[in-house]
Design a protein around this ligand. Sequence first.
Ligand SMILES: Nc1ncnc2c1ncn2[C@@H]1O[C@H](COP(=O)(O)OP(=O)(O)O)[C@@H](O)[C@H]1O
Ligand SMILES: [Mg+2]
Length: 255
Amino acid sequence: MSNTPILRAQGLSKQFSGFAAVQNVDLNIEEGSIHALVGPNGAGKTTCFNLLSKFLQPSAGDIYFREQNITKMSPANISRLGMVRSFQISATFAHMSLLENVRVGLQRSSGLAHQFWLPKHTLRKLDDQAMSFLDLVGLSGAAEQLATNLPYGHKRALELATTLAMNPQLLLLDEPTQGLGHEDVEQVTDLIRRVAKGRTVLMVEHNMSVISRICDRVTVMQRGQILAEGSYAEVSRKPEVIAAYMGDEAEEMQT
Ligand SMILES: Nc1ncnc2c1ncn2[C@@H]1O[C@H](COP(=O)(O)OP(=O)(O)O)[C@@H](O)[C@H]1O
Ligand SMILES: [Mg+2]
């Protein structure tokens, strides 16, 4: 791990008609790390994630990718820089095979996306590469199946393969284990660990056991601000973090 952050946010703020969902957040994501963004419901995680992935424009503050100011860039342009957001089920094409899905990701990153005719040797090379990404996520045996027929957990693995095909240096994952059964959670967790080799991962995640197993660094948010930061072991024993989560549970019990 180097000391220069791959992603840096400074004074990041977002207001929704006067309500401060994210307030003056400073964040450093170290290259090569798996970094989790956590916090009780309403803490501002999703808003912060949407700001960092450029799905939302901040009210104030700046975002730097490898020290390049990307605050005003579009999501498409940051993905070309090597920062790609995954885990949006809609991003997979239901009526294409798994292999074709991954090939679309490859074509996007190689600039071949808009060519409707490709020479045979180019197609074969793309297929070989697509197959290697399917292999990485354990889906090479189902390469010819339609995406629509996959069980939910495997769809997540397919999305990851498609995202990896875009050659991300920084992978942004939005609640990667959400909605998964216990076994799938284990598999997706192992998968993230595997694909994080040689890359950086920033993820919003609720499942603390997942975080404790794979994350190097954890940022805890509360009411739009950063409450604590450190390793899972460090932040999980901080009284203010425990209190924040207890408050959340108390609220959930009442509703
Ligand atoms: N588009 C929006 N308009 C108004 N308020 C919003 C919007 N998005 C989020 N909020 C509010 O901002 C706060 C943080 O939301 P969010 O980022 O979704 O938190 P988390 O993901 O940590 O649960 C919440 O109080 C939420 O109601
Ligand atoms: Mg959220």
